[in-house]
Every structure is written in C-alpha cells, then in structure tokens.
Design a protein. Structure first.
Length: 328
C-alpha cells in the first residue's frame, strides 16, 4: 500500500453540501464537558439530518461503483425489507448462564467471529430514539486485511470498499439470524446493523461488552483482529449475563503511536484525547474526515495502517502492552 498524500483538498462539490449553521463536530459534542446522549449526525434517515445531503451524495456515488454496496444488507432483498421471525407464543425458560452460552454458540455458528454482551444504557441511545430492550449483544466480523490494505479505495481498485460491504452484509445476516433464533424461543429481539446507525450508538456498548478498546483512529481495537473488523448488534430482553470491559493496553499504545495521525490524508485524527459529551476520549474530526471518506467510497486508511490490524500482531501486542503495564 502506498503512503497517502497529505496535500488533500476537499472537492468544492462536497463542501457545498455541508450545512452552514452547524458543524458535525458540534453535533457530536466535541469540546463539551457535560454528559449527554449522542445526537444523530450521519447514517440515519437523511431527511432528519443536517448532513443528510452529504449522506445521500455518498450513497448515490458509492452505489455506482462499489459492487457489494448494491446488496445493502441481509435485512433487504429484491422484494424489499425482510420481516423478522414471529415471536413464538410459548416462551422458553432457562437460566441466564445457559441462555448466554446458547446464544454465544449460536452466534459463532452463524458467521460471527466475536460476541459480547452488556446491558443497554440510556446514554448510548440517540436523542429522539428509544430502546426498550434490556440487553445488547454485539457481534464482530473480521475483515480480510489483504483486501482492506488496498487503499485508498478509488476506481478501478475498489477491493477495500467491497470488503467493507461484504462484512457489513455478513454482520447483517448474522445479527438477523440471532434475532430470529431468540424470537423463535419466545423472547423479543431485533437486529441493528451497519452502516446505518439505528437507535443507539454501538461503540461504547461494544467497549463495555469486552469486544475491545477505542483507538486513536476512532475505531475499536480487539486483541485478535486489531481494528480490522465490523460490528452489528441484537437488542433483546432474553435473560443474559454481561461480559466485562477489557484492558489490552490500547490507551498507552495509542498515546505514543502516530501512524494513523501521519497517514490520514485530511489530517482528521487528533494526537491527544478530546472532551466529547462529558468524557475525555479519542476522537476523529468529523468535518475533516467526511469529505475524504465520501470521495474514496469509505476510506479505511487508518484501520489498515494501524499496527494492531496486521494479521497475527494483535495477540502478541496485547500481551506485550499488558506486561509493560504490570512491570514495576
């Protein structure tokens, strides 16, 4: 993969679609010291978004060139949206421990590579949305790093963008299958699949569910797949047992590493943590990232160049970082 150029200038056509009255960073809560629920900014119904015109522009252009984006997800086929399985009249009973083991086994047998479980928190639910379910199950799908590394995704080489679409479709199939299995056991469940955002933000839920830690590039880092995976979710009231957050040394590593900062063409990655809705965390400048993301049909450079994402590196790197943390 060649190094991306750092002299990137957004196209005027894209800049003209940005709203005049508010920035995406402001909507996301950059610089805010008081906690609040997230506000929809992208990947929701375009008509409801300040940046809806940009989202529509992205979809229209990507659909022309990216093979798998035409198959938007397993929740949609040629006839339209697929209906979820009916909830069985008879509700099966089991212990939370047994349900958790059964659910995890089913998910792993139906395309998921990672499974994490945690309780839904109100502060993860987007403003204007509601989540009635008690539990969120996060599913992770590993990506082919060889395809992901063929960056940036521009015609005629769209291997990276196609790979992202393949994994979003796989994530949709897996989460729909799991939701249907739960419903057939007599319990409510619904799938939430990417890239659309749904009713709640999934990154903090995935962190709480032990899937990984947030990296400087704004994506999760896992101790097996690095940042090279995608997530989806199932919301349910099935009695479950929560997983716990993990520490694999990502914060310490990212504080010292500058690779994604250096390799980001629009210079959108902050070198230090920022205040975002009452929390200090890694953050990517939305207004700088989005034009390049749109022009390259999804970018992904920061994920591909992240040292954690190289095949076989993440397990060793996590062990190394934790040894350093435990050292006197």
């Amino acid at each position: 993969m060649s190094k991306p150029a750092r002299d990137y200038q957004p196209k005027a056509e894209i800049l003209s679609l940005f709203p005049d009255d508010v920035s995406g960073n402001a909507i996301n809560g950059l610089g805010e010291h008081v906690p609040r629920r997230p506000s929809p900014v992208f990947w929701h119904e375009p008509a409801s978004l300040k940046h809806g015109a940009l989202q529509e522009f992205f979809h229209e252009n990507a659909a022309r060139v990216v093979q798998f984006r035409k198959v938007t997800s397993a929740l949609v086929d040629q006839r339209g949206p697929l209906e979820p399985a009916p909830i069985a009249d008879r509700r099966q009973q089991d212990t939370p421990d047994n349900w958790t083991a059964r659910l995890r086994a089913f998910a792993l047998e139906h395309e998921a590579d990672l499974v994490g479980i945690t309780k839904v928190r109100e502060d993860w639910v987007f403003e204007g949305h509601q989540v009635a379910e008690r539990w969120v199950v996060i599913l992770g799908m590993a990506m082919d790093h060889g395809a992901l590394s063929q960056l940036p995704p521009k015609p005629p080489n769209l291997a990276s963008a196609d790979e992202v679409s393949r994994q979003y479709n796989r994530a949709a199939r897996s989460s729909k299958a799991l939701a249907d299995w739960i419903r057939q056991c007599g319990w409510p469940a619904r799938a939430q699949t990417g890239p659309m955002a749904g009713s709640m933000t999934l990154l903090p839920a995935a962190i709480e569910a032990g899937i990984g830690q947030l990296g400087k590039h704004g994506s999760l880092i896992n101790d097996t797949y690095g940042a090279s995976f995608r997530i989806s979710a199932v919301l349910t009231d099935l009695p479950l047992v929560a997983d716990q957050p993990v520490d694999i040394g990502v914060d310490d590593f990212c504080a010292a590493c500058q690779i994604c900062v250096r390799d980001c063409p629009p210079d959108a990655i902050f070198e230090t943590k920022q205040w975002v809705r009452g929390e200090q965390r890694w953050y990517v400048d939305f207004d700088k990232c989005l034009p390049y993301f749109i022009e390259t049909y999804g970018c992904g450079i920061c994920i591909a160049t992240c040292p954690w994402s190289r095949p076989g590196v993440a397990p060793r790197l996590a062990q190394k970082m934790m040894r350093k943390k435990r050292a006197p």
